[in-house]
Design a binder for this molecule. Structure first.
Ligand SMILES: NC(=O)c1ccc[n+]([C@@H]2O[C@H](COP(=O)([O-])OP(=O)(O)OC[C@H]3O[C@@H](n4cnc5c(N)ncnc54)[C@H](O)[C@@H]3O)[C@@H](O)[C@H]2O)c1
Length: 248
């Protein structure tokens, strides 16, 4: 992979986003860690070994209307180009369906679906103009099966991400830009523990056919494979990593 390639990861400061940032950086990309937690993004970027490839942290709230254009301009100013966008930022909420208030619905929709959609529009247009690009959208098993531990708004937003992935893939395919989704089931890490608690995680693990939660580092490798130049013939796809919880 050319070390000149530049990758942007939204929500890259922690969790799966952090694993994706680390993977892409180790693979030689210059990585922009974009996160609503600007200090967390800065801290991760500063920690990455600058001798391999440069990285920088940026505060970016994907729910803000100006965020995609602002971030694109900032990346072009800093690095001169962009090749890969990973739409990873999300709000994970587990409120029971009849108790979801309008503000929480708007928040989850604006970040998970609205952010992904508008970033696909802005970065997709730019990548298409340059004739090359890779977009990877983080979906979820919840978007495929309606959700198990997570809320209806989260699940529906991820279903929308999957549909949007196909639409953008079709629109951009002839101009060198692929758009794909990765759909994890429950992964090791803070998010699942926060939603379910330790006892809930044990029960969940017992219900997963392979008997274990997923490994964020492996999901990051899936993202990196879809982000690579030789992934040219894969677009509009959804790659599952759910331990056998959902077979299709
Ligand atoms: N962890 C899992 O088991 C799991 C399963 C399925 C799908 N996913 C998906 O993978 C992705 C990462 O999940 P995670 O568990 O690491 O999440 P997380 O909550 O640990 O991290 C999300 C990151 O996004 C950032 N963020 C939140 N709102 C933002 C906004 N408005 N603008 C920019 N950044 C924002 C947070 O600061 C955080 O750094 C999400 O898209 C999630 O839906 C995760």
């Amino acid at each position: 992979m050319s070390s000149a390639q530049v990758a942007v990861v939204t929500g890259g400061a922690r969790g799966l986003g952090e694993a994706i940032v680390r993977r892409l950086h180790a693979d030689g990309y210059r990585v922009v860690v974009a996160d609503i937690d600007g200090a967390g993004a800065d801290a991760l970027a500063a920690e990455l070994d600058p001798s391999r490839a440069t990285a920088c942290g940026v505060r970016s709230d994907v729910a803000e209307r100006a965020a995609p254009a602002d971030l694109l301009q900032g990346v072009l100013d800093a690095f001169g180009a962009v090749h890969v966008l990973v739409n990873n930022a999300a709000r994970t909420r587990a409120t029971p369906v009849m108790e979801i208030g309008p503000d929480e619905l708007d928040e989850v929709t604006a970040v998970n679906f609205g952010g992904t959609f508008r970033f696909c529009q802005t970065f997709g247009s730019h990548l298409a103009e340059q004739g090359y690009g890779r977009i990877v959208n983080m979906a979820s098993l919840a978007g495929q099966n309606g959700g198990t531990a997570t809320g209806a708004h989260y699940a529906a937003s991820k279903g929308a991400v999957l549909t949007a992935t196909k639409v953008f893939a079709r629109d951009l395919a002839s101009r060198g830009v692929t758009v794909n989704a990765v759909s994890p089931g429950p992964q090791e890490g803070e998010t699942v523990r926060a939603v379910l608690g330790e006892d809930g995680v044990d029960a969940l693990r017992a219900s997963i056919p392979v008997g274990r939660l997923g490994d964020p580092a492996f999901v990051a490798r899936m993202v990196a494979l879809l982000a690579s130049p030789d992934a040219v013939s894969v677009t509009g796809s959804c790659w599952d990593a759910n331990g056998g919880l959902y077979l299709r």
